[in-house]
Design a protein around this ligand. Sequence first.
Ligand code: DOR
Length: 422
Amino acid sequence: MKILIKNGTLITPEGQQKGDLLIESGKIAAMGGSLDAGNAEVHDASGLLVSPGLIDLHCHLREPGYEYKEDIASGTRAAARGGFTSVCCMANTSPVNDTVSVTELINAKARKNGVVRVFPIAAATKGMKGEELTEMGDLKEAGIVAVSDDGKSIPDAGRMRLVMSYARHFGLPVVDHPEDPNLVGGGVMNEGYWSTVLGLRGATRVAEESVIARNCMLAELEGAHLHVAHVSTAGGADIVRQFKARGVRVTAETAPHYLYATDAWVEGYDTNTRVNPPLRTDEDVKALVGALKDGTIDCIATDHAPHHKDDKNMEYALAATGISGLETALGVCWTALVVPGCLTPGQLLAKMTAAPASIFSLPGVSGKLEPGQPADITLIDPESEWTVDAAEFASKGKNTPFHGKKLTGRAVATYAAGVRVL
Ligand code: DOR
């Protein structure tokens, strides 16, 4: 089984180069220049970028327990449609992924029903209750790539210290959802001008920033690898920058919506703009772009959080938080970052491929186009202008604030281990 991707622009660690890429037995057999492969099936990639498959460190696939919102079959199809070939799924399922048996169930379902690679993340504490630690060593042997109680923070600093100390022994990154519930105090959007105008209770940015600072200090104390989830504020990025400069092992992600949408989008009370952390301000968007450019924010993760329409179809303050993001991530980032010239295509794609692969040391996935590597490949049309239509999503979650928006840049084909999945 050979596939020859011809006449594309290859995105390699050395930069962009025109050339062909040959897939054989699920692996990259050869690349560069003009290749001739006899009986190979030819895929003409003229005008397209040939990128390593996108990698998402942070998504919610909802299985087991919330299959009415998403399952591994629909979530991995959404990933493929968005150009992703690997996704790491969070533990806030039902039951919570806090045991080897739930991790094994996810792995088995992924093998059976998934179309892209799935790497489970286990909870850091049992039942995500912020108390008793999970059996991280056994979970690592079962295939988890990180621990996280994402969806909520671990409010007790002493407990978080233990999580970091324990995770470090197994070489596992601790992914923290930085949010002080007392400071959020029932806030449902960013505290500021728009929360006042709209009459909605605001959540201060300090709820996020204070926990980022606390956790960076604990990571320094314990020598642990802290990965900060969905940084949404200028101040949060600045704290990460300072601790990186001190040599602390902290990495950070932001999500596409924090690079494009702001709290002004809440006008109209569309519950699809309700997300945690909340959409922030223009100044935050600019600061996050700067933090991506200077390397403070290492990667972009979707925080794909699909919900059923019944979870969103209610008054703003009661609606579920989250955005279905796998199918818009590339277009949103391309439009927000590449089109205005903030990042080059290569810089953006590195934040969605090689950087995430190395942050979690994903087994068997480098996020780079190299001969011998699995053929996880995404063909991108950088000129494609398209309008988001949530009804077309493969995800069961149609909850997007980008519905009807015009975006530039789109995945047009995805190969996972050499199999075409888009
Ligand atoms: O908005 C969010 N939704 N933020 C999170 O951290 C969790 C997620 C979910 O699971 O729905």
